[in-house]
Design a protein around this ligand. Structure first.
Ligand code: SF4
Length: 337
């Protein structure tokens, strides 16, 4: 997929979305409050044109549910991009939308305007979780839309969330498995964040929703990420992009961390090392070898992985060195008592 394209983002906030997902305040999540117009599109492309030209440029409509906004508005935004497509200033267009806002006529329109990539917010493949989240669609709607998108020749990206009301680690992992079965070209994983003034925030304050903490997200995502990677499906984002508005107080709880992906990758290393050290006797001195590029992931933030493993196995010492191993692999170089 064109994951290496540089993105020219245009946010289409909540605008036109007839739903009220419990976690959503799109205006805050995207850091935007005004509806996007043709001018927004032109301005975003012109600003990007001033930057050095490297990879291909992709205009991306993010935020709300693009194909659920009035057709006239969709066409206004897509039409504004056409002169730049013709001149080669942008190479392609992507957008995100809801599974139940996709049908053959919608896809034909997007094709006419040169859209190449469609992101569907699946969020969960558990109908009970979808209902509790107020999504207003079922898992079978996700499957139907995903197939239509792929059969029509678009690139398909699926988005899922962890830690929604009513979900468990197991149901989130099952969601990942069902998304893998749809063979998307990429996925985004968004652990649930509690944003102020949302229905989820009220549920949480009323004690009717247990917060999905950063630790909860790291634990479950460290099981989910390898499933996608083993299936050859790129995870193009893990965790919300930090915005000034989110960092400035809009987030009141949940799994919000600016380096969530790093924490998850580091936890995967910790789990693999834990399995590798299963037979280490208390008092052992251990050296682990990892690919040089992954030293910091093995060590963990503030040496957290090493401290945790040393304590877990009562080791006398534990250190890490660069080794000639493949990405993701760990070699036990030395183990003695
Ligand atoms: S469908 Fe998307 S934009 Fe609409 S309420 Fe849900 S998350 Fe927000």
């Amino acid at each position: 997929m064109s994951a290496r394209a540089s993105i020219v983002p245009v946010f289409v906030p909540h605008w036109g979305c007839p739903h009220s997902c419990v976690f959503c305040d799109q205006r805050q999540i995207t850091g935007e409050r005004e509806p996007a117009t043709a001018h927004t599109v032109e301005h975003a492309i012109q600003q990007a044109a001033a930057l050095p030209r490297g990879a291909k440029r992709q205009l991306a409509f993010y935020g709300g549910s693009f194909t659920a906004i009035p057709v006239q508005r969709q066409e206004e935004l897509l039409t504004a991009a056409q002169p730049y497509r013709r001149s080669g200033e942008i190479d392609s267009i992507r957008l995100s939308t809801r599974p139940d806002a996709i049908d053959a006529a919608v896809l034909a329109r997007l094709r006419r305007y040169g859209v190449e990539t469609i992101e569907l917010g699946a969020q969960s493949m558990d109908d009970r979780v979808l209902a509790l989240a107020g999504r207003g669609h079922t898992a079978s709607a996700v499957e139907h839309a995903a197939r239509l998108v792929k059969e029509s020749g678009f690139e398909l990206v699926l988005q899922m969330m962890t830690g929604l009301p009513g979900s468990t680690d197991e149901s989130d992992i099952e969601t990942a498995r069902r998304l893998i079965a749809l063979r998307p070209d990429g996925v985004r994983i968004y652990p649930t964040v509690i944003v102020a003034d949302t229905a989820l925030c009220e549920l949480w304050r009323a004690g009717r929703y247990r917060e999905h903490t950063v630790e909860d997200a790291v634990r479950v995502c460290a099981r989910i990420l390898p499933l996608f990677e083993e299936a050859g499906i790129p995870v193009i984002r893990l965790g919300l992009n930090p915005t000034d508005e989110l960092s400035g107080g809009a987030v009141v709880g949940g799994a919000y961390h600016p380096a969530l992906g790093e924490l998850v990758r580091s936890r995967i290393f910790r789990s693999r090392a834990e399995a590798l050290l299963a037979d280490a006797e208390p008092g052992s001195r251990v050296i682990l070898g990892v690919n040089a590029r992954e030293l910091s992931q093995m060590i963990g933030q503030n040496r957290g992985n090493l401290d945790w493993l040393r304590e877990r196995f009562s080791l006398a010492s534990l250190s890490v060195r660069p080794a000639d191993v493949k990405s993701g692999e760990i070699r036990r170089i030395f183990l003695e008592k």
